[in-house]
Design a protein around this ligand. Structure first.
Ligand SMILES: C[S@@+](CC[C@H](N)C(=O)[O-])C[C@H]1O[C@@H](n2cnc3c(N)ncnc32)[C@H](O)[C@@H]1O
Length: 203
């Protein structure tokens, strides 16, 4: 059993993330997508909600989805009332994600790999909801990543990554490939980070 498969493990992890600054990827995303002006966005696997708060601050109306039941209440306590009014929290496992409202932006930082074997279907749900011209930012684990902190982790070959990205126009891409140490021991990170724009459906 992976470390994060223990009950409460994600809640403990997320509680330790609240004070960190927003990840650079959300900044790149917002440089492209701009202010939300009330437009609908999704933060999938929002965790401590540091990036969710950033999206809200920039005027997006955010649906935030995570299986961690503590994530929503914890984030709501830290938000200014005006921003909290534009937030909807859904406590849901990625495996149960079936339908989403129309979206102008999807942010999924360090979360899609944990959809595991459900990743292809979750991706379909995301692409069906993301409107043409809408913005996407996400991280995907590559095939040489050795993360083993959950039982079911999606690690994709370069070809599988390209397949997933067929329906979007990639405007920013970084690949992190480096040896390091995770709390579980030696670790090889292989992570693709992408900011992209949804092409018209069918392209
Ligand atoms: C590594 S954290 C990333 C959190 C945040 N997006 C960030 O960038 O820091 C992964 C998040 O995915 C959530 N998660 C993991 N497995 C999940 C699943 N099967 N269904 C829904 N959420 C899940 C965890 O609760 C956690 O908040």
């Amino acid at each position: 059993m992976g470390w994060f498969d223990e009950p409460g493990a994600w809640s403990r992890y997320n509680a330790g993330q609240e004070q960190r600054p927003p990840r650079p990827l959300v900044q790149v995303l917002l440089e492209h997508a701009g202010d939300g002006a009330g437009r609908p966005a999704l933060d999938l696997g929002f965790g401590a909600g540091v990036e969710t708060a950033r999206l809200l601050r920039r005027g997006w109306r955010v649906l935030a989805v995570d299986a961690d039941p503590a994530a929503g209440p914890s984030l709501l306590r830290r938000l200014p009332a005006g921003d909290a009014a534009r937030l909807t929290v859904r406590t849901q496992d990625f495996a149960a994600l079936d339908r989403l409202p129309e979206l102008h932006l999807v942010h999924a930082a360090w979360s899609l790999p944990y959809a595991g074997r459900h990743l292809p279907r979750v991706w379909e749900v995301l692409m069906a909801a993301l409107l043409p011209g809408g913005w996407l930012a996400c991280d995907l684990f590559g095939e040489r990543d050795t993360t083993a902190d959950a039982d079911d982790i999606a690690k994709l070959t370069d070809r599988e990554v390209e397949e997933l990205l067929r329906g979007v126009d990639v405007v920013h891409r970084e690949t992190l490939e480096v040896d390091g140490t995770a709390f579980t021991g030696p670790q090889h990170w292989h992570v693709h980070s992408v900011v992209a724009r949804r092409l018209p459906h069918g392209d």
